[in-house]
Write a protein that binds this ligand. Sequence first.
Ligand code: AMP
Ligand code: ZN
Length: 133
Amino acid sequence: MIPFAVKKLVFYAYKKGMVKMLGCIFCQVAAREKPATLLYEDDQCVAFQDINPKAPVHILVIPRKHISSLNDEIKDEGLLGHLLVVAGRMAREKSIDRSGFRTVINTNAEAGQTVFHLHVHVLGGRIMAWPPG
Ligand code: AMP
Ligand code: ZN
């Protein structure tokens, strides 16, 4: 039997996003357990190439800690700002900052979210349509 205190500790760590979600592919990418073309990483986030790019440049920026989507209760507002700062840095590194780029966060099925670990898409290198489909 697992002691209640241990269960409580694990639940607390999970709520804080400190525990890797079992089976989450982006948690696995962040932990380097799943191969990806990493472009940037720091203590808060990881940026890597999308495996199925929808534009000549298609990068994903993810938090290291597991957040399912913007529907989660996110207390760390600074982390969300940091993801966007890194998105801009990636655009500059790929030289799509001047021509233009798009940042997208899909939330839930009707928006097209397929991976339930928060991620910012950084797309560029072609003319984008508006409104998005
Ligand atoms: P979304 O549909 O907004 O949830 O975006 C998920 C994105 O993750 C898609 O663009 C996928 O091509 C991409 N993707 C899924 N698995 C991987 C992976 N293992 N490595 C890199 N990108 C992935
Ligand atoms: Zn995850």
